[in-house]
Design a protein around this ligand. Structure first.
Ligand code: UP5
Ligand code: MG
Length: 196
């Protein structure tokens, strides 16, 4: 039997910079980066997808897509990228207790969850970033109505998962209101190999 993959969850409200900083970690430290939201958006647009419409309606309402769909996409992507001994950043998941229990049921015992990075930002900052991005992103949920719904789901469903990870002693919390470079400096310091 090969080595179990290592997983770091990356959580934080919409627009806190999860995708931006994970892309840098991928480049600098060779992590595989899986954005659950990107996988769902790809599945939504895939020809012949049986869940396309359902995914679209959940995303537009800022709601958490049924877990078995997301977990299946994550596991498949991990296997495609190289399961054994792989190092994965799982961005934007688990966003609810239902997500977490589905993950534990399907992949829980087969992977090492090392930690959860948690990005913290005020709603004012998140909203400004998302509205700015919405001018060009083409994302159907980058408009003020959907953004408010995403904030609400984050408060009600995702914060309790982060609280659980804190109790488990695996949450690493970072304020991400500063510039991309300043946030990256903090993250880089967390990840860079110990020199001693
Ligand atoms: N930006 C980033 N960092 C900045 C900084 N430090 N200073 C200034 N600007 C900064 O960044 C967002 C924007 O801000 C960009 O323009 C960036 O340049 C700028 P990004 O890195 O994209 O932030 P991120 O946290 O990744 O924001 P995202 O919008 O992707 O967060 P969400 O968590 O809302 O989106 P996600 O794609 O994860 O999920 C979308 C929807 O999919 C969910 O609402 C849900 O309906 C569904 N979903 C599920 O149901 N289940 C899942 O498991 C995952 C998603
Ligand atoms: Mg993202």
């Amino acid at each position: 039997m090969g080595d179990r993959p290592n997983v770091i969850f990356v959580l934080g409200g919409p627009g806190t910079g999860k995708g931006t900083q994970c892309a840098r970690l991928r480049e600098k430290f060779g992590y595989h980066h899986l954005s659950a939201g990107d996988l769902l958006r790809e599945e939504r647009s895939r020809e012949g997808s049986e869940h396309g419409e359902l995914i679209m309606s959940y995303i537009n309402e800022g709601k958490v897509v049924p877990s078995q769909i997301t977990v299946k996409l994550l596991e498949k992507a991990m296997r495609n990228l190289g399961w054994e001994g792989g190092n994965f950043l799982v961005d934007g998941f688990p966003r609810s207790f239902e997500n977490l229990s589905a993950w534990e049921e399907v992949v829980g015992g087969k992977v090492n969850v090392k930690s959860c990075l948690f990005f913290d930002c005020s709603e004012e900052v998140m909203e400004a970033r998302l509205l700015e991005r919405g001018k060009t992103s083409g994302r159907s949920d980058d408009n003020i109505e959907a953004i408010k719904k995403r904030f609400r789901t984050f408060q009600e469903e995702t914060i309790p998962v982060a609280d659980k990870f804190m109790q488990d002693g695996i949450l690493k919390r970072l304020n991400t209101e500063q510039s991309i470079e300043e946030v990256w400096d903090k993250i880089h310091n967390l990840f860079k190999p110990q020199v001693v």
